[in-house]
Design a binder for this molecule. Sequence first.
Ligand code: GRF
Length: 212
Amino acid sequence: MKKIVILISGRGSNMQALLEAKLPCKIAAVISNRADAQGLQIAQAQGISTATVAHKDYADRASFDAALAAEIDRHAPDVVVLAGFMRILTDGFVERYRGKLVNIHPSLLPSYAGTHTHERALQDGVKIHGCTVHFVTPTLDGGPIIIQAAVAVLSNDTPDSLSARVLHEEHRIYAQAVRWLCREQVWLNEDGRVASNRLEQPGPALVFPGLS
Ligand code: GRF
């Protein structure tokens, strides 16, 4: 059975969704860069091994990333899942886990890389927003896309209301993406593109506002 390690920094709702998804893998550990991350308690309550590698204890990114990699590698994971992990990783770290490191981002990439995605989407007046699971490469939020989910942006949305609807979809698509990875149904090929041996099932198109 494949092994995964999940990295978090805070609330851990995506991590929790993965714990509840009955994935075909062993969740070997949850690691945080903050000792007070709420998600650590959720993982501990479910008997998952947890650890903190506090970025504040390290002089620079390279030494933090080396310590983080050492903690991850104790578990020899097949997949390393960033779930609200709020540190930018060095190129060396990202290359070390090429094809094994995935992230969830709260926008339809390549739109709205970076932070404050919901505020920026509302400011721009887009009608459709969403979330993306992607392999991590040295380009921030720029790696090959595995799966996306789209939600309608309502005229009375606030960043909080929009974020809540997107988060609901994050929990669904992250579990799906990790399930595919654990079953070797999706992988990163030598050309740096996402490959898959599963049948594609097109869902219904989202048109918003709806046609009348
Ligand atoms: C999520 O919106 C995720 O997309 C972003 O940070 C948030 C983390 O939430 N990268 P949680 O810790 O999983 O609840």
